[in-house]
Ligand binder design. Sequence first.
Ligand SMILES: C[S@@+](CC[C@H](N)C(=O)[O-])C[C@H]1O[C@@H](n2cnc3c(N)ncnc32)[C@H](O)[C@@H]1O
Length: 254
Amino acid sequence: MLVLFRIALATWLCYTDCAWYYFFLCWRKRTDAAQSIYIFGGNMLDNHGFDMWADGYDKSVNISDNENEYPFAGYKKIMNAIYGKVMEKSPAKVLDIGIGTGTLAFKLYEAGNDITGIDFSMEMLNQAKARMLNAKLIQHDFSQGLPCELNEIKFDFIISTYALHHLEDMSKVEFIKALLDNINETGAIIIGDVAFQNRDGLEKCKNACGDSWDDDEFYMVFSELYEKLYDVCVPTYHQYSHCSGILDIRPLHS
Ligand SMILES: C[S@@+](CC[C@H](N)C(=O)[O-])C[C@H]1O[C@@H](n2cnc3c(N)ncnc32)[C@H](O)[C@@H]1O
């Protein structure tokens, strides 16, 4: 019975306008309904999960940011800070990894920067494309590295917001190291996400969040990443809210 209920609920939600909010709740695992979809869908937020979230994504992010709640507390501050860093060198060649609906990339695009974006969700890319007709957008799973057509390209900035927590810590480190080959000598990799200065900060946030904490995501802990990166690049970190921050990575000798 419970399984049938879950299947019916999930099917109904997929055909209603409020589906997006339930996917947001699903991510936060706040309600039983959300839990049901999560269980029904297995690893919910694969590319199809993000396809279904695409329509309501911007709204749900705003709610979480405005309420200063995990996971998106500090979202706008992070977007503004990354925008400012890129604009210091505008017009710049920018790669956005996990571009989503293009919230940040669109602002940079409007300001005259050259945008390339990758994402594995076609629906997210469709929304981004509607905003940025001349951007180069590629459907690709970044857990496989960059798409081969970008292998030889150097960017002024590689940015990524709220996406790399889908990679486990070691994969994140390997990915960041590989990305160093794709930035110019004076370029930077800038990652804004749920993140913490050290493991204590993460544990405090996790305890305060209770059931809404997502154990399936791998948030950046700067002190630990620093140990694995400092000999190949110059990583610095700034905390923007109780649960988010920006990791700024520059090449050695830049
Ligand atoms: C939470 S959204 C963030 C979107 C946007 N960067 C922002 O800050 O609003 C995460 C995005 O990363 C994409 N994503 C997650 N895992 C991915 C993967 N392995 N490969 C490519 N895209 C991925 C999702 O489709 C989604 O668009």
